[in-house]
Design a protein around this ligand. Structure first.
Ligand SMILES: NC(=O)C1=CN([C@@H]2O[C@H](COP(=O)(O)OP(=O)(O)OC[C@H]3O[C@@H](n4cnc5c(N)ncnc54)[C@H](O)[C@@H]3O)[C@@H](O)[C@H]2O)C=CC1
Ligand SMILES: O=C(CO)COP(=O)(O)O
Length: 318
């Protein structure tokens, strides 16, 4: 049976979709939250209005995952702590990261953290363009499932495909996780220019040059260009940079508008920008938009200053 750890918006949406294939266990960190969901058959805290099918079992406390795959829908900067606490109960099975980002403390992506904490598990990642609510409402969605072990990847692709969730497969975990991590940084930049009233043309330029920058780092780290051009990279960039359903984009909007943003909302791109900039600087890789976003989220530059910085760079070939 599939277990999903993390009863946030994404973990809950995946549980609702996977419940079409068979029973699912959804583990919540907070016992009160699990009890609330058992009583109401909804996740009012994170995915209000969506009914939880009866074949989703809601648990909390010790992780009594069966021996099937376990999906980890835990925010990136919390994944290491979660694995330190519960990794021992998750050995010898496929562990599928369902988060997007780079860990600030270690510079690792989700599969790197899994490999380090659970060496007997097989790490995989599920990523690509999808809003939790769309998946939960049964709207059509296509994602990338990346697993370096081809056999496990094929088994996961088949087990995690549902009537509304179509999975494409790759062995390129590096490309898949970098695509999902880096597009959030560019989405913050896009939100900021739209929020500051700098126009759609500026957003298109940021998306395009952002994609070039994503590819530059990803290739240097061994990713396949095709992965970045697919759902995990270009697909998710297109979704996240253009929709105010995205929290990263909305966070950028608030920076551009100079308004407050609820700090409890999960915005993966802020910490990831810092982590990526440190890595890129050490590798001497030019990532000007990530540089600008890091300065914006650190409060070191205003949007107009960040844009001036990008526009005044030396002219170059495309
Ligand atoms: N919401 C969406 O539309 C999508 C989200 N994702 C990714 O899924 C990941 C999770 O995001 P959401 O579910 O949307 O966030 P969320 O903010 O809705 O929920 C996060 C959940 O993680 C739990 N959590 C926090 N710290 C924890 C810890 N130390 N141990 C265990 N659980 C902990 C929280 O209790 C909460 O239930 C992110 O990396 C995000 O990028 C990916 C695709 C779509
Ligand atoms: O990753 C997502 C869409 O694919 C969700 O985006 P946000 O985390 O910005 O809401």
């Amino acid at each position: 049976m599939i277990t999903i750890c993390g009863a946030g918006a994404f973990g809950t949406a995946l549980a609702v979709s996977l419940a079409k294939n068979g029973p699912v266990i959804l583990w919540a960190r907070d016992a009160d939250h699990a009890a609330e969901m058992r009583a109401t058959r909804q996740n009012a805290r994170r995915l209000a209005g969506v009914d939880l099918p009866e074949n989703i079992t809601l648990i909390s406390g010790p992780l009594t995952a069966g021996d099937g795959a376990c999906l980890l829908a835990i925010p990136m900067q919390k994944l290491d702590g979660f694995l330190a606490g519960f990794g021992a109960s998750l050995d010898n099975r496929p562990l599928v990261a369902c988060c997007k980002g780079v860990d600030l403390a270690t510079g690792l992506g989700p599969t790197g953290l899994i490999d380090a904490a659970c060496p007997t598990a097989t790490a995989a990642i599920l990523t690509g363009p999808s809003f939790a609510r769309d998946i939960a409402l049964g709207l059509p969605t296509a994602l990338t499932l990346a697993c370096a072990d081809e056999g496990t990847g094929k088994a996961l692709q088949s087990a995690l495909t549902t009537p509304n969730l179509r999975l494409y497969r790759t062995i390129d975990t590096t490309g898949a996780e970098l695509g999902g991590a880096l597009k959030n940084v560019i989405a913050i930049a896009c939100g900021a220019v739209i929020g500051a009233g700098l126009g759609e043309s500026a957003r298109a330029a940021l998306m395009t040059r952002g994609f070039a920058e994503m590819n530059r780092l990803a290739r240097a780290l061994g990713a396949q260009p095709d992965t970045l051009a697919g759902l995990a990279g270009f697909g998710d960039l297109a979704l996240t940079c253009t929709s105010d359903q995205s929290r990263n984009y909305r966070f950028g909007l608030s920076i551009g508008q100079g308004t407050d943003f609820d700090p409890s909302v999960t915005v993966e791109g802020a910490a990831t920008a810092r982590a990526v900039l440190a890595r890129a600087t050490a590798m001497k890789i030019d990532m000007p938009i990530t540089h600008a976003v890091t300065a914006l989220v650190n409060g070191e530059l205003r949007v107009d200053q960040a844009m001036d910085m990008l526009l005044s760079r030396p002219l170059k070939e495309e």
